[in-house]
Write a protein that binds this ligand. Structure first.
Ligand code: GDP
Length: 179
């Protein structure tokens, strides 16, 4: 029999300028586009992964720099989400700090379960010479918070982006099986 179609609401979080939109567009179109408009949107995208039809809804949150704080995550966003992708840039330490704070906020929130599926992404891996967050540090933090972890370059390849969504999906399925 055909496996049931799976719907997954995915929330993208992180500081500004880390590549959230680049990652979303790369996933949706397999392309990289250098600049994006300042629109907060929910994108819908159907895909087939391991023979299963998936209906993705991706909420790419946008905070104007002037009023961004790690606490800008809303209850509405967390209630909506089945899984979260938290993005930082490997050459922007403060964006890593934002991810660390946001993971704590999500883990403490009553709007998501304590083991809610999260994947942490260190983006802009192509900018090695500007790196200020080591792979080790990113990986160890993700491990300590029970999150998936990948370093990728949304600018350079589609493959890493695909791995991120696959990993999140596996975690979402696991969390549903446990419930
Ligand atoms: P957002 O504010 O988090 O949505 O970030 P954007 O997706 O708008 O990207 C911010 C800037 O970083 C843009 O100029 C992108 O072209 C650039 N960018 C995004 N991903 C990468 C990447 O993997 N490598 C490099 N070098 N630049 C990137």
């Amino acid at each position: 029999s055909m496996p049931q179609k799976l719907a997954a609401n995915i929330l993208l979080l992180g500081a500004e300028n880390v590549g959230k939109s680049a990652l979303t567009v790369r996933f949706l179109t397999r392309r990289f586009i250098g600049e994006y408009g300042d629109i907060e949107s929910i994108y819908s995208h159907n895909d087939k992964i391991d023979g299963q039809e998936i209906s993705f809804n991706i909420w790419d949150s946008l905070y104007p720099q002037s009023c961004f704080t790690p606490e800008s995550i809303t209850d509405k966003q967390l209630q909506w989400a089945d899984g979260v992708i938290l993005v930082y840039s490997i050459c922007d330490r403060s964006s890593f700090d934002v991810v660390r704070q946001q993971v704590q906020l999500i883990r403490q929130s009553r709007k998501m379960s304590v083991n809610a599926p999260i994947v942490i992404v260190g983006n802009k891996r192509d900018l090695q010479h500007q790196r200020t967050v080591s792979s080790e540090e990113g990986r160890l933090f993700a491990l300590s918070a029970d999150c998936g972890f990948f370093e990728i370059s949304a600018a350079e390849t589609y493959h890493g982006v695909l791995l991120v969504f696959h990993e999140l999906l596996v975690r979402i399925k696991e969390s549903r099986a446990i419930k």
